[in-house]
Write a protein that binds this ligand. Sequence first.
Ligand SMILES: O=P(O)(O)OC[C@H]1O[C@H](OP(=O)(O)OP(=O)(O)O)[C@H](O)[C@@H]1O
Ligand SMILES: Nc1nc2[nH]cnc2c(=O)[nH]1
Length: 184
Amino acid sequence: MITSEEAARVLAEADLLHSAEEVSAMLDTMAAEITAKLADKSPLVLCVMTGGVIVTGHLLTRLGFPLEQDYLHATRYRGATSGSKTITWLHKPETALAGRHILLVDDILDEGYTLREICHWCRDQGAASVNVAVLADKQHERRVEGIHRDFSAIELADRYVFGFGMDYKEYWRNANGIYAVKGL
Ligand SMILES: O=P(O)(O)OC[C@H]1O[C@H](OP(=O)(O)OP(=O)(O)O)[C@H](O)[C@@H]1O
Ligand SMILES: Nc1nc2[nH]cnc2c(=O)[nH]1
């Protein structure tokens, strides 16, 4: 836990990596790629809470074809800046996945434990296909095997980032852009 004063200092000292305008343009491109692949599939779009909530909202307004929406919550960082290897499921979707084309939407693919487990779960439920869309794809050598993203708006350097759904110790998911914490 940090105070709101500390949160304000972190934002003031952070590096702005991508402005809101840049994020918007990159989401346009990703939405066009998703449309080309899934427009005739009547997909079930699953928002990975909490971080995925903002990118999912922005993305959905750019997808002009029939789809359904639900959400799930699986977390491993729980407000920290490094994650445990154990995923905690806080909510599973009500909608049946069997036979559906699933589009998972999350804020960031980092080491990949979270989305790998979620993809496995979707397939275990009998999904016809599982596609992964992330706002940010972090570039490093620590990615676990067995996970890849199908769509990504932005590739990021290996720093701890926040904004546009991503938190710094639960603050600044509401920051309108993508920032890197000073020194991290
Ligand atoms: O690729 P990984 O290294 O597994 O990390 C990526 C995950 O970490 C964050 O979730 P977090 O556990 O912080 O939960 P939150 O969305 O509720 O903040 C983010 O939203 C991704 O789901
Ligand atoms: N906010 C945030 N959450 C993450 N989860 C995995 N990596 C990150 C990151 O860089 N920032």
